[in-house]
Design a protein around this ligand. Structure first.
Ligand SMILES: [Zn+2]
Length: 546
């Protein structure tokens, strides 16, 4: 009896939690939404560098905002383009169709890039870097729903060094997306959005801000001996620039840039983030974002953290320094929002598009499981094997850990393609470092509810993805032996920060498991506008009810 009463009590407590005693009258909407994505930011970086952060950036966001401490990507592959699309559409690649940064297109018969669009032209330079649009993304974003609900009056703008990180978050109906042309160092866009750059962007480019940022060496923000959260500056797990004999400070950018990508080198320094922050502030000012009758939206992605992380790894002083400098940039952006629009009028959320694994060479030296896999070698072996069996290669592509099969040849020769899928899946399981293989047929015919298989299925788009999907064991990557990467279903790649700040947000935190796809439904619920059409996430009640 006692148990029954307890049960009834628990159920009624749950039920009352799902209710809100306040009537659901609309409240004044924020003037501006700022969606910030930090590329490759692991959740633990909040606390790893806590004692070194200033008071105006991450510490302020957490002191005055609400931290969802247990937020995860709920699909594989954990890459930049799927990450940005998932944050802003509220769904996974299975629905929004951005299954990788690149993928094999069965329709085109070749590899394609996530935002490539041959029908548009670059605006702002003579290169092909602007032949981009969001057309390959199959769902609406928060910004799209804002536009549609507001009779297109809201302004929506996306900014990032990487094209995909500017274009996908802003969505299909955005006024503009701006990204960096790495050959010229200019902010550019595409004819998908506009015929020519607005005067304020052209004026900004004329000041050559990239050149200015690359005019002095990169030294540490704090005295180097204070970087106790990282390994020694000179270690074998970091990459070196062409012209450097050791991966150590100071990095002489004016001298190094010529042999290391010219203006494009800025992306792999913390100053790429500062450049992005400058551009975001200019956009808010020049476009009068947050000054109109309706809610505007700005998406800002800080891409340099990813480039630096890939080059130096998780435990490098360079990576730490990049976060300390990002912290200052965020502080400046928040202060600007205070004076320009007012904290209570701006809803800010900050998250990341994926995490990263600790450099596997370092893991191995530390007796932690991990390793390196050379995927293409195995794919080639399989291609040759299937070639011998069938007289023609049945594998047309191997990308994003997925094998794509040639079904035309299979049909013509009446080959048992299910058997081919199984052969590949079984063969890959003999490769050291491979943990799981799933056939496309299994993914199409079953509903996986848990574990790695479920994450693979959420990342699997039935017409865009491959015929056999492979996942490695924890700590394994297909990458160089210095620096690091990401893309797996494991916690170091899925666990990211999620901080809400401004508008109606009250300070607090939760350890409840939240999926990355919950952000977009939460924002649209707060704005009383429709969810992005494809969204599959749930509303985070701790946020929506504030
Ligand atoms: Zn990356």
């Amino acid at each position: 009896m006692k148990k029954l009463i307890l049960l009834i009590f628990a159920i009624s407590a749950l039920f009352s939690k799902a209710q809100n005693n306040k009537p659901a009258f609309p409240k004044p909407a924020p003037k501006l939404i700022v969606g910030i994505v930090v590329d490759q930011m692991r959740y633990d970086f909040i606390y790893r560098y806590w004692n070194k952060y200033g008071n105006d950036g991450f510490k302020r966001l957490i002191a005055e905002g609400y931290l969802c401490r247990n937020t995860h990507y709920n699909y594989v592959p954990t890459y930049t383009a799927p990450g940005h699309a998932s944050v802003f559409t509220g769904t996974t690649p299975a629905v929004h169709g951005i299954v990788g940064n690149n993928w094999y297109s069965r329709e085109k018969g070749k590899m394609m890039y996530c935002t490539e669009d041959a029908s548009v032209q670059t605006v702002g330079s003579n290169s092909v870097a602007g032949k981009m649009s969001p057309r390959n993304m199959l769902s609406t974003t928060i910004g799209d729903e804002l536009k549609l609900a507001g009779m297109k009056k809201p302004k929506v703008i996306g900014i990032a060094l990487k094209d995909r990180a500017a274009i996908l978050p802003a969505g299909h109906t955005a006024n503009a997306a701006y990204w960096l042309d790495k050959t010229t160092g200019a902010w550019i866009s595409s004819t998908y959005y506009m015929k020519e750059l607005p005067k304020w962007v052209a004026d900004l480019n004329a000041k050559e801000p990239v050149k200015a940022y690359l005019s002095k060496p990169w030294t540490t923000l704090l005295p180097i001996e204070q970087y106790t959260e990282s390994l020694a500056d000179d270690n074998k797990y970091e990459s070196k620039w062409v012209g450097e004999t050791a991966p150590v400070f100071p990095h002489n950018l004016p001298e190094l840039m010529k042999a290391n990508g010219g203006m494009g080198m800025i992306v792999a320094t913390p100053f790429g983030n500062s450049l992005t922050k400058d551009m975001a502030i200019e956009a808010i000012k020049a476009e009068n974002l947050g000054k109109g009758e309706v809610t505007d939206m700005l998406t800002v992605s800080f891409s340099s953290t990813d480039h630096v992380g890939h080059f130096y790894g998780v435990s490098a002083i360079e990576t730490e320094d990049t976060y300390l400098r990002l912290d200052k940039d965020l502080g400046e952006l928040l202060k600007f929002l205070d004076t320009q629009i007012g904290k209570a009028n701006v809803l800010v959320f900050l998250t990341a598009d994926h995490g990263a694994v600790e450099t596997p060479a370092y893991l191995m030296d530390s007796k932690v499981p991990g390793g390196y896999i050379n995927d293409n070698a195995y794919a080639d072996t399989l291609k040759r094997r299937l070639f011998r069996t069938n007289g023609d290669s049945l594998i047309i592509a191997y990308t994003n850990n997925q094998f794509y099969l040639n079904h035309k040849i299979g049909d013509k020769r009446k080959i048992n393609m299910l058997g081919v899928e199984r052969t590949i899946a079984d063969y890959m399981l003999t490769v050291k470092g491979v943990a799981v293989t799933v056939t496309g047929t299994a993914l199409k015919n079953n509903q996986f509810t848990d574990g790695v298989q479920a994450l693979l299925q959420n990342g699997y788009h039935q017409s865009r993805s491959g015929d056999v999907v492979v996942a490695y064991s924890p700590g394994w990557i297909d990458y160089e032996k210095t620096g690091t990467s990401h893309g797996t279903p494991y916690r170091y790649d899925t666990h990211v920060p999620l901080i809400w700040y401004g508008y109606s947000i009250k300070p607090g935190s939760t350890d409840e498991h939240i999926n990355i796809t919950d952000i977009a439904p939460t924002v649209t619920m707060m704005l009383n506008i429709p969810f992005p059409g494809g969204s599959t996430g749930k509303v985070i009640r701790q946020i929506s009810e504030q």
